[in-house]
Design a protein around this ligand. Structure first.
Ligand SMILES: Cc1cc2nc3c(=O)[nH]c(=O)nc-3n(C[C@H](O)[C@H](O)[C@H](O)COP(=O)(O)OP(=O)(O)OC[C@H]3O[C@@H](n4cnc5c(N)ncnc54)[C@H](O)[C@@H]3O)c2cc1C
Length: 554
């Protein structure tokens, strides 16, 4: 590695170069259940530094076998996407400037924390709406590269829908703008004799030649982060070729994003919340349909385990809320505590309903409640809470958003093991699907919380395990196999938003078949012929390699 460090210094690299054990140790984990010790951590100061990194890596690769570059922003990736065994490139330390925010778009560097960007955007009355539940922990670069989604995805989809343009450092070490092209612009690009021209030519050839197979491979669910988003690159009818689609969600396996132009929407959101407590899941499918027909702007859920843990670790919320809000939250929870005496609901559903003014919101929420109440026993509902004003619904949003974070830091004897953490099946199958999933969880004696985006059928199942024990590790493969088979039987996706990384990459063939995975690998080879960027992930992941890096140190 010394030769890489020396050459980097000679090149005029302005950022930090650090091989201290403390920093390498810190960067050996993300929010996944894996660990990998990098040899070096670098923090580029600017896009020119990022280009230097790629160029020097090429130059010294023959001397350092297995040299690779893995991007990292806030490191909250749950799939193992942000760790690797060679050089980690930290984008959050310096590439964290908000360049400008307009009425309908914004330019930001990848290392900007979403919470900072969001606060500035809100001052201007605008919003990038497809933020994840980790909105207070993650950066926009991680959101782009995972194709994140969240509570507003039912209305707005995923990050891919909100990326206008990217600045992207290709494998030849050159930063270029990537944006949707007309056919004439594409033809011009494909005539270029450089690396960029080659990438456009080869990707176009791939998606045009196998057009129908690729379009048909698009998962038939409303959210997906697995594979490379090839089906949205080339639209023959509109004559639009958009390479951003395959970069977004690429987990830094194709190159580095150094600048992002987001599309924005109006931040004004006049909505209220109806909370529905469900004790019997038998008619869940029908219940979901009734709510979805009302076109909720958000439709989320969490289970009994999440609720119990949230109440048990309530003081932890202090950190997020501050003392005044905390006291009001505790007071608000008293009715819920009484409700618990009547039995813990198996599922808490949260449906946000929009309206033109507070009176209309109140009336719409109440009328949905009345409609459901009329068939309360049939739907298995044990109670409701109407929260027409934002403040009233806050405690539920906090439980929904922070449950995973609480599990990670609070349950001391066990650790979160995300391996079935992001599955998606169409909501109409949920009534049948959820009890089956619960049976698998029970069979493997996994203590797990289930929370999710009900409107999209996207569920986060997070087992708590002692993964350092061989007996626990042994459960992962068979349990994951059973869950994945069930998800695919219902035509679902193995990941709606958390992406493939080390954990789901090895299952892509099961989900897409050999032919499509062959095309994914071609994409990787076209963009990154020397396998320099984030190796062992997505289509290049193998089960044995991933499992040999299961976390042992906590
Ligand atoms: C408590 C919790 C809740 C979560 N909830 C959600 C959720 O609701 N929805 C959701 O989508 N995800 C969720 N996640 C996963 C994760 O937080 C998000 O995907 C987030 O957007 C990742 O951002 P990050 O800055 O932490 O990225 P990182 O973890 O640093 O990186 C993510 C991936 O992007 C790549 N990358 C980062 N920066 C660049 C760059 N500049 N160029 C190229 N590649 C890059 C990395 O190599 C890695 O593969 C959750 C995670 C936690 C811990």
């Amino acid at each position: 590695m010394q030769v890489f460090i020396d050459e980097l210094k000679k090149s005029g690299f302005e950022g930090d170069i650090d091989d201290s054990i403390e920093l390498r140790d810190e960067y050996s984990h993300d929010a996944s259940m894996f660990e990998m010790m990098p040899q070096l951590v670098v923090a580029p100061k600017n896009a020119a530094d990022v280009q230097r990194l790629v160029n020097i890596a090429h130059k010294v690769r023959s001397q350092i076998k297995e040299l690779s570059l893995t991007a990292r922003s806030a490191g909250t990736d749950m799939s193992g996407g942000a760790i690797n065994d060679s050089v980690i490139v930290d984008f959050k330390k310096y590439l964290n400037h908000i360049e400008n925010i307009d009425r309908d778009s914004a330019k930001v560097q990848p290392g900007v924390f979403f919470r900072d960007f969001d606060a500035r955007a809100k001052e201007k009355g605008v919003l990038m709406p497809t933020y994840p539940a980790s909105r207070d922990l993650c950066t926009v670069g991680g959101m782009v590269n995972n194709n994140a989604g969240g509570e507003k995805s039912i209305e707005f989809g995923q990050v891919a829908n909100f990326v206008n343009e990217l600045e992207f450092v290709f494998a030849d070490g050159v930063a270029r703008r990537v944006r949707p092209l007309t056919r004439a612009e594409l033809d011009k690009k494909m005539k270029q004799k450089d690396f960029e021209g080659k990438v456009y030519r080869q990707i176009f050839e791939l998606v045009d030649k196998h057009y129908d197979v690729i379009k048909a491979a698009k998962p038939k669910v409303s959210k997906n982060s697995t594979g490379y988003n090839l089906w949205d690159v080339w639209d023959r009818e509109k004559g639009i070729f958009d390479l951003t689609k395959v970069i977004v969600g690429g987990q830094g396996t194709l190159g580095f994003v150094t600048d992002i132009e987001f599309r924005l929407v109006n931040a004004r959101s006049d909505e209220g919340l109806l909370v529905i407590f469900v004790k019997d899941l038998k008619q869940l499918g029908e219940l979901i349909k009734v709510v979805v027909d009302k076109k909720p702007s958000r439709f989320e859920s969490f289970d009994d385990n999440t609720l119990i843990l949230s109440i048990r670790f309530m003081p932890y919320f202090l950190k997020f809320l501050g003392p005044v809000k905390f006291i009001s939250l505790v007071l608000h929870l008293i009715p819920d505590a009484l409700l618990l005496l009547r039995g813990v609901p198996r599922l808490v559903l949260m449906a946000s309903i929009k309206g033109n003014d507070p009176e209309e919101i109140k009336q719409k929420i109440h009328s949905l409640r009345t409609e459901l109440e009329a068939k309360k026993d049939y739907y298995g509902i044990s109670g409701f809470e109407e929260a027409p004003y934002e403040r009233q619904g806050e405690k539920f949003w906090i439980m929904r958003r922070y449950s995973f974070q609480i599990l990670r830091s609070k349950v001391k004897d066990k650790h979160t093991a995300p391996f079935i953490d992001d599955l998606v099946v169409s909501p109409e199958h949920l009534a049948e699907f959820l009890p089956k999933i619960r049976r698998i969880i029970k069979k493997y004696k996994l203590f797990a919380t289930i929370a999710g985006h009900m409107g999209d059928g996207n569920f986060h199942i997070i087992p708590l395990m002692n993964i350092e024990l061989e007996s626990e590790r042994k459960k992962i493969l068979p349990a994951m196999k059973e869950v994945n088979e069930l998800v695919l039987k219902y035509g679902g996706s193995l990941s709606g938003e958390h992406n493939d990384g080390l954990i789901r990459g090895p299952w892509l063939t099961q989900m897409y078949g050999e032919e499509m995975v062959g095309y994914f690998r071609e994409v990787k080879d076209i963009f990154d012929p020397e396998n320099l960027f984030n190796p062992h992930k997505k289509s290049k992941a193998t089960w044995d390699f991933s499992m040999s890096h299961l976390r042992e140190h906590f």
